[in-house]
Design a protein. Structure first.
Length: 67
């Protein structure tokens, strides 16, 4: 998902919290907890780019504390 979002952003698509809010990777309603799952443990997975920022964290937008 990270690579796809980065690619869309490079193509000029605006990614904001509203857009990303609908793309949560933690949706679990489709998972059958007690079902049978087939896993390909030999499948090669491309490494993730953990340094790639798709959207600035919301905490950077918090006002300075009053004091």
């Amino acid at each position: 998902m990270t690579r796809t979002l980065a690619s869309l952003q490079e193509e000029g698509m605006e990614l904001n919290p509203e857009v990303l809010g609908g793309l949560s990777p933690y949706r679990t309603s489709h998972i059958n907890r007690f079902g049978d799952y087939t896993l390909d443990l030999e499948r090669k997975v491309a490494p993730l780019q953990f340094t790639e920022i798709v959207l600035e964290p919301h905490w950077t937008q918090i006002a300075e504390p009053r004091g």
